[in-house]
Write a protein that binds this ligand. Structure first.
Ligand SMILES: Cc1cc2nc3c(=O)[nH]c(=O)nc-3n(C[C@H](O)[C@H](O)[C@H](O)COP(=O)(O)OP(=O)(O)OC[C@H]3O[C@@H](n4cnc5c(N)ncnc54)[C@H](O)[C@@H]3O)c2cc1C
Length: 188
């Protein structure tokens, strides 16, 4: 596992189902799915020699907190520094059986909550890394108004692409591909 760039750590399908359901209902999951990125497996310059770096992403978190499924974290609805840090500790504790020295080897950490993500990039509405809403009715074929005018803005030569346009977000760059295809067809 040490050589894998991105590992998903979870208890079981049961914990996945529980966590998605909890987050959708506004609750902090008890046994969240943890996406563990190990950037140095691809680019060793990301950390000094002999040191390491973990990049952790959580995809099952509520934007506004109604409760904690584990009934451990007290909150007032928002992602305060205290809630963020306590929830981060839950993640570290959950990783402990897999990374024995995760606490003792730690020299620093940065925790970003949904509001922090949105403040860094206005496209990450509510902290959603996929630009606001990735439910099935907002994705690919099911996106509303997909055929309204493609990616053409109506201004000659100006096309709009990106995560907020059809077919939706993701590293595949679908919107740019579709526009490039259209432009190539026009040239023929
Ligand atoms: C933490 C995280 C994890 C993700 N994981 C995955 C994943 O595993 N798989 C997946 O498919 N997708 C993933 N995504 C989603 C994916 O990264 C995005 O959907 C995708 O990058 C969106 O592409 P984009 O071109 O619309 O925007 P971006 O990639 O954000 O590109 C926009 C660019 O415009 C630049 N910019 C902004 N304003 C200006 C300005 N005024 N002038 C000039 N430049 C400007 C920005 O600096 C940026 O480089 C993840 C996103 C996040 C945040």
């Amino acid at each position: 596992m040490a050589n894998v760039a991105l590992v998903h750590v979870l208890d079981s399908i049961d914990s996945l189902s529980e966590s998605v359901n909890a987050a959708n209902r506004g609750f902090l999951p008890r046994r969240p799915t943890i996406v563990v990125g190990q950037p140095t497996t691809i680019d060793s310059s990301r950390a000094p020699e002999g040191a390491g770096l973990l990049w952790i992403q959580l995809q099952e978190v509520p934007r506004v907190i109604r409760g904690d499924l584990a009934a451990e974290i007290t909150h007032t609805g928002d992602w305060s520094t205290q809630v963020r840090d306590q929830y981060a500790q839950r993640i570290i504790d959950q990783l402990q059986p897999h990374i024995a020295n995760i606490s003792s080897a730690q020299t620093g950490k940065m925790v970003l909550g949904p509001a922090d993500l949105e403040s860094l990039n206005v496209n990450l509405v509510g902290g959603d890394p996929y630009s606001g809403d990735c439910r099935i009715d907002q994705y690919a074929l099911w996106r509303p108004l997909r055929l309204a005018n493609g990616h053409n803005t109506g201004v000659k030569g100006l096309w709009q692409i990106g995560a907020s346009t059809h077919p939706g977000p993701g590293l595949g760059g679908g919107s740019g591909y579709l526009v490039a295809k259209r432009l190539r067809e026009r040239r023929r």
